[in-house]
Design a protein around this ligand. Structure first.
Ligand SMILES: [Zn+2]
Length: 404
């Protein structure tokens, strides 16, 4: 049964309304006080805000110590050194990888996420061990969230033997997206790296997600190679650039030319809202027609002490790092953290049409929803209160930060 009647909610902070959900979709939005249909479970919205549920499109589901005793962070810094540090320690954790991944995915859902696109690391050390843990976590929470798994070559594809074969095995064993990482900076052979990434994606008919930390001109060079392959294989709507720091470093008018090419090929961007010089110009991306989604990244792991599995917190960070102050743009950050990510995962959903678009709560939209406490959406982003109700496929899956 995926029917539910929400009474007394404020879609995107608008007038008090009732929302009828049928078969996991929004079937009607009416003025509050409309008689609920017979036999449909009813939820009192208490006047809270109704927005689409959060979509986490960049989360390392196998890189977390949330729920475990505090471990002083001693990561050395830098992608390769941190990868080796994680490799040296992840098996020492007080709980298994399956337990940790399952716990973290549960926390994400409890805080309001029902759509996830997350990584499972695949390399010469762990082989498919971490993927299997993430697949098990997805199974445990299958009724609470839709989870897509990216096979992620954290240690590169070429630096250690046998990794492309492992990636192929990952795509046969639960991963549904082909990952790549810093084709120049890590593997130092961008053409070979990207030919493997796009070759496997093409063969398996899956989407691509490339971690691109490479700065400035170097990142732009990799991005051009990605654009070239997206065009050649006609992977419109199926390629995502994660981080994309180069877009924060590229000056105008070159930036607008690159964004136009990305928009034409429907290449999306996943950001974790980094501070400082790597902060992406969010508004410019959205207005160029680029799908942008938000992610939590690693969560208190062997790389970094940050992370609390709350994508509403990360939404605040997205607004803060962009210097957003007015309600319209703070709300835009919330639209990106919720609907924006959903459109990255599912390109059949319409992209945000600019900073004033507030989609995801109209008749016909999927009943992937969250009720937030707050006078207005921008206030909810500032206060990040715990009184939340999370709805997946028309059913309540979490309440007040606890799974139900
Ligand atoms: Zn990442």
């Amino acid at each position: 049964m995926n029917d539910l009647y929400l009474s007394g909610v404020r879609p995107w902070g608008g007038p008090l309304s009732d929302v009828e959900i049928r078969d996991g979709r929004i079937a009607a939005v009416t003025a509050a006080g409309t008689a609920a249909p017979e036999g449909v479970p009813r939820l009192d919205g208490e006047g809270r805000l109704l927005v689409p549920s959060f979509s986490d499109v960049h989360v390392h589901l196998d890189s977390t110590r949330l729920g475990l005793p505090w471990r002083p962070n001693d990561s050395p810094g830098g992608v390769w050194a941190n990868m080796l540090h994680d490799r040296a320690h992840w098996r020492e954790a007080e709980a298994s990888m399956t337990e940790r991944s399952t716990h973290m995915l549960g926390l994400l859902i409890a805080h309001g996420v029902t759509r996830v696109r997350g990584y499972a690391q695949v390399d010469a050390d762990c082989k498919l061990e971490r993927l299997e843990a993430v697949v098990a976590a997805r199974e445990t929470h299958a009724d609470r969230a839709d989870v897509e798994i990216i096979a992620f070559p954290q240690a590169g594809l070429l630096r250690e033997p046998g990794v492309p074969e492992l990636m192929e095995a990952a795509l046969r064993n639960g991963a549904g997206v082909m990952g790549g990482i810093d084709p120049c900076g890590l593997d130092r052979d961008p053409v070979r790296h990207l030919d493997i990434v796009f070759g496997l994606a093409d063969r398996f008919g899956v989407a691509v997600d490339v971690h691109l930390h490479e700065p400035g001109e170097l990142g732009l060079f990799s991005l051009e190679l990605i654009i070239e392959r997206t065009r050649a294989l006609d992977l419109r709507g199926k390629v995502t650039i994660s981080h994309a720091f180069t877009l924060a470093h590229t000056p105008l008018p070159r930036l607008d030319e690159v964004l136009a090419e990305m928009a034409e090929l429907d290449i999306s961007v996943a950001t974790v809202a980094p501070p400082g010089r790597n902060t992406l110009p969010l508004r410019r991306l959205t207005e160029a027609g680029i799908r942008v989604g938000l992610g939590d990244d690693g969560q208190r792991d062997y790389w970094s002490p940050y992370g609390n599995a709350d994508l509403l917190d990360r939404t605040w960070q997205l607004a803060f790092t962009n210097g957003f102050r007015n309600d319209d743009v703070v709300e835009h950050a919330l639209a990106v953290g919720t609907w924006g990510g959903a459109t990255v995962i599912d390109p059949s959903l319409p992209a945000l049409r600019g900073v004033h678009d507030r989609p995801g709560v109209a008749v016909g939209d999927p009943a992937e929803l969250v009720l937030l406490d707050g006078e207005a959406p921008a206030a909810a982003v500032q206060d990040r209160l715990p009184h939340r109700t999370v709805i997946h496929a028309g059913r309540v899956v979490a309440h007040d930060l606890t799974l139900v």
